[in-house]
Design a protein around this ligand. Structure first.
Ligand SMILES: NC(=O)c1ccc[n+]([C@@H]2O[C@H](COP(=O)([O-])OP(=O)(O)OC[C@H]3O[C@@H](n4cnc5c(N)ncnc54)[C@H](OP(=O)(O)O)[C@@H]3O)[C@@H](O)[C@H]2O)c1
Length: 293
C-alpha cells in the first residue's frame, strides 16, 4: 500500500487524516508522526504546510509533494525537501473563489468607508457621507496567477473598473492588464485601490517600497493578500498616518503573527486578519488531491 503523510503546521490530525482517507481509499494516510522509521519507505506522497526542517528527508521514496498553499515559500523551512519530485500546489477552484470573495469584501469595505466609520464609532462620531458608485473605483490587481485572475474577474463582474499588472504578458486574460516592471510605476499612479496578489520571491521582496507606495493617488487604499514581504510595512504605516493612504487591509505580514508591540494590531486605518483569505477546507482539498495523485 502506498503511504501518504500529512503535516499541516498548527492543525490537528483529526481535521485532515479522515477527510483525506475517505477520498484516497487506496492510500495509507497518516499524520506527520504516524509512520515509524521502518514504514517510512512506503510513503510516496506528502501533503504539507510549513514542514519542519528535516521532515521530508525521512521519506526516501517520495514521488509527490502537495503544498497546502498556493505559495511554495513555506517549503524553504525544510532544507531536506527533495527537488526531484512532482510538486503540486493547492489550486482547486474553491480556493481561488474563496480568495476572490475575500478580496471583494475588503474592496467593498474600503469603498464604503467602513474602516473610517468603525474608527469614528469608537470616538462616538456620527458623520455620514456619500461615496460614488463602485464603477468609479479603479482597482489595480498586482499579479495575474490563479488567485489574482479570479479576484480581478469577480471585481470586474461586480462593476469595479479593474486593471491588472503582471510581470509577463497574458494573451488570453479576461481583464485589462499592463505588464512589465517598466510599467509598474505608471500603473500604481492610476489606481484607487491596490490589491497585492504577488508571491514572495527575491524579485518581489519590498517591491512596494516607500517610493512606489507614494505613487498611489492621495486617498487610495491597499489590500495585501499576497505575501507580507512584498510591502514595506513601515512605509505603509507612515503613509496611513500622513493621510496619503486612507486604509489598508492586511491578511499577510512580514512577520506572522506580528509582535505584541506591532502597531498593526491597533491601527485605526488597518483591517487585520490572520492569513485567512483562502484557507483550505480539508475535505474539499482531499477530494481535489485525489483527482491529481
Ligand atoms: N492570504 C492567503 O490566504 C493566501 C492564500 C493563497 C495564496 N496566497 C498568496 O497569493 C499568491 C498568488 O497566488 P497565485 O496562485 O495567484 O499566483 P502565483 O503563481 O503565486 O503568482 C503569480 C503571479 O506572480 C507573478 N510572479 C511570480 N514570480 C514573480 C517574480 N519573481 N517577480 C514578479 N512577479 C512574479 C507572476 O508573474 P508572471 O506574470 O510572469 O506569470 C504572476 O503574475 C501566492 O503566491 C500566495 O503568496 C495567499
Amino acid at each position: 500500500v502506498k503511504g501518504l503523510v500529512i503535516h499541516v503546521e498548527g492543525d490537528h490530525a483529526s481535521d485532515w487524516v479522515l477527510p483525506f482517507a475517505e477520498h484516497l481509499p487506496d492510500w495509507d494516510v497518516r499524520w506527520s508522526d504516524g509512520f515509524a522509521q521502518e514504514d517510512a519507505d512506503c510513503v510516496e506522497a506528502a501533503v504539507v504546510w510549513q514542514p519542519p526542517a528535516g521532515f521530508l528527508g525521512h521519506f526516501h521514496n517520495l514521488r509527490t509533494i502537495v503544498s497546502v498553499s498556493a505559495g511554495l515559500d513555506h517549503l524553504k523551512g525544510d532544507p531536506s525537501c527533495p527537488t526531484n519530485v512532482r510538486l503540486i500546489r493547492r489550486m482547486d477552484p474553491l480556493s481561488t473563489r474563496a480568495m476572490a470573495e475575500f478580496v471583494l469584501m475588503q474592496v467593498l469595505m474600503q469603498h464604503r468607508l467602513l474602516v473610517t466609520f468603525f474608527a469614528e464609532r469608537a470616538r462616538r462620531v456620527w458623520a455620514p457621507r456619500a461615496v460614488g458608485p463602485l464603477s468609479s473605483r479603479r482597482v489595480g490587481v498586482l499579479g495575474l496567477g490563479p488567485m489574482g485572475l479570479a479576484s480581478a474577474e469577480l471585481l470586474q463582474a461586480m462593476g469595479c473598473s479593474v486593471t491588472a499588472w503582471s510581470r509577463s504578458s497574458k494573451d488570453d486574460a479576461p481583464v485589462p492588464f499592463v505588464c512589465g516592471f517598466e510599467r509598474l510605476d505608471a500603473f500604481l499612479g492610476s489606481v484607487d485601490t491596490l490589491v497585492n496578489l504577488l508571491p514572495s520571491r527575491p524579485e518581489t521582496c519590498n517591491l512596494l517600497s516607500e517610493a512606489r507606495l507614494s505613487l498611489l493617488p492621495v486617498g487610495s487604499t491597499i489590500v495585501n493578500v499576497g505575501r507580507g514581504d512584498v510591502l514595506d510595512q513601515r512605509a505603509l504605516l507612515r503613509l496611513l498616518d500622513s493621510g496619503h493612504l486612507a486604509a489598508a487591509a492586511l491578511d499577510v505580514l512580514p512577520q506572522e503573527p506580528p509582535s505584541p508591540s506591532d502597531p498593526v494590531w491597533e491601527h485605526p486605518k488597518i483591517i487585520l486578519t490572520p492569513h485567512v483569505a483562502s484557507l483550505p477546507d480539508p475535505a474539499a482539498f482531499g477530494a481535489w488531491v485525489a483527482t491529481t495523485l
